[in-house]
Design a protein around this ligand. Structure first.
Ligand code: GAP
Length: 457
């Protein structure tokens, strides 16, 4: 099912649909919400799982050079000292002295002047003062001194002296298991280790719905290569694979672009970074990232732990510390981009709202309707069809409201097919199958449904 280019959806439309239709809710609303956090509802949780499964299948299960792990969120704090996060994982924060609103200083300056001063505290303080940047909340110009704050979440562990941290990126728990992997698995460089899991950042301001969260999920790969390998071509292949994955979520080529970080803006570990940016409702922003982390992490952990982290090639007997190419994918941003790309208003059909998800990520694949909920024979038959199809596809049984309303509801959650069981079904054992995008309806024999959906998905 090809999706055509679509007028841009607003964030309000997405947020409202997500809440109304059980994808994403503001968390703890009964207590007035909390810190811009969100819960994935039944359809959102299924969409998230489908995207994770697609990623895991594409990058781990289908490749001979990839392995998957599932590491802990709380690691030995020495990991973050060695990786540079304890000292360098900072954002610049600034407070308005008039109304006490708090901002990320570089975002404030960028939005007011177009100048990107991320990481340049002196430049930020100067710009706030000299460019007379106003507080977006009270419109006054009276700033406290901007200062760096570390973005890692602190916690403590019983029996352990001192602070420990929730991981700010999943990458950390991959690097520390590099030795365990090469000791226990039959791997030969080049190979990669992938992981899906939560990461935590004490963002100064969480905003733009699920785009910037304090608790989010990443799908990351550390791809280990020979230090003298042709890393540029490996890097470009990964960039293409990341774009391919975006396409599998239903994202159009025209909705993404590449952004290469200038040398002076690179993270402390990176030799080259390219972001894949998506055209979100608030403009182009980072969806995925790709970095050449060189041997920074393995060398730092080797030095800090005193444990040898080199690799011995079993054929050439060469020993070396591998370099690393890191493709990283934000899961929540993937969900937001997939929702925005799928969102369609069908003007030719009463402005119905349709989420044109690719089949693989649609939370529900087939909805099953008894025409009338008070006709026992029809309901019994519909339940039998549900029981049979749900062994093969993720299905939903819906007997609420008239058929037109049920179609609209399923369109809004992106269900590719609806099946209606009616009076004719009782006579000839056929049902109506309705296609989400074309709205075309076909009569199909119940016994042929599994084959039909297997062929058409
Ligand atoms: N290991 C490299 C790394 O963590 P990053 O660019 O800081 O790099 C990777 O993060 C991805 O994680 C981003 O491309 C983005 O999709 C996602 N991400 C980062 N911060 C986020 C946040 N506060 N909320 C939601 N997703 C976030």
């Amino acid at each position: 099912m090809e999706k055509e280019s679509n007028p841009k959806v607003s964030m309000e439309e997405i947020v409202s649909l997500c809440k109304r239709r059980g994808f994403i809710y503001p968390s703890c609303e009964i207590y007035g919400g909390f810190a811009n956090s969100y819960s994935y509802g039944p359809y959102g949780a299924q969409l998230k799982k489908n995207i994770k499964d697609l990623w895991w299948n594409k990058f781990i299960e289908s490749r001979r050079d990839m392995l998957g792990i599932d590491g802990p969120i709380i690691l030995n704090p020495k990991v973050w000292e060695a990786s540079g996060h304890t000292s360098g994982f900072n954002d610049a924060m600034v407070d308005c002295k008039e109304c006490q609103s708090r901002y990320r200083a570089d975002h404030l300056v960028l939005e007011s002047t177009g100048e990107d001063l991320e990481g340049n505290l002196k430049g930020l303080n100067k710009a706030l003062l000299e460019k007379k940047i106003k507080c977006p909340n009270c419109n006054k110009h009276n700033w406290a001194e901007a200062r760096f704050v570390n973005m890692m979440f602190k916690t403590n562990v019983n029996g352990f002296e001192g602070d420990v941290f929730l991981r700010p990126e999943t990458a950390g728990s991959i690097f520390v298991e590099f030795k365990a992997i090469i000791d226990s698995m039959r791997v030969r460089i080049p190979f990669g280790i992938g992981q899906i899991g939560k990461a935590f950042r004490n963002e100064i301001i969480a905003r733009n719905f699920i785009f910037r969260l304090r608790e989010f999920e990443q799908m990351e790969i550390e791809y280990f290569i020979h230090p003298e390998a042709d890393w540029e071509s490996i890097f470009n292949n990964w960039l293409e694979s990341q774009e391919e994955f975006a396409a599998e979520l239903g994202i159009l080529k025209s909705e993404i672009r590449r952004y290469q970080h200038p040398k002076d803006k690179l993270s402390h570990y990176s030799k080259k970074t390219v972001d894949i940016e998506y055209d979100f409702p608030f403009g182009f922003s980072e969806l995925y990232g790709l970095a050449n982390r060189t041997d920074f992490d393995l060398s730092s952990h080797q030095k800090a732990s005193g444990v040898e982290l080199s690799y011995l090639d079993p054929i050439t007997n060469e020993r070396y510390i591998p370099h690393v190419i890191e493709p990283t994918f934000g899961l929540d941003r993937s969900i937001l981009a997939a929702l925005c790309s799928a969102y369609t208003i069908d003007e030719a059909n009463d402005n119905r709202v349709v989420l044109k998800f690719p089949y693989k990520i649609a939370p529900i694949k087939i909805a099953i309707f008894p025409l009338l909920k008070n006709k026992e024979d029809i309901v019994k038959k519909a339940l039998a069809v549900f029981d049979s199809l749900s062994k093969h596809f993720n299905c939903e049984f819906d007997d609420n409201g008239n058929i037109g309303k049920r179609y609209r509801r399923q369109d809004e959650i992106g269900t590719p097919f609806c099946v209606t069981i009616d009076f004719d079904t009782l006579e000839d054992n056929t049902v109506t199958v309705r296609d989400r995008d074309s709205m075309e309806q076909k009569r199909i024999a119940v016994d042929e449904l599994i084959d039909f959906f297997s062929l058409n998905t």
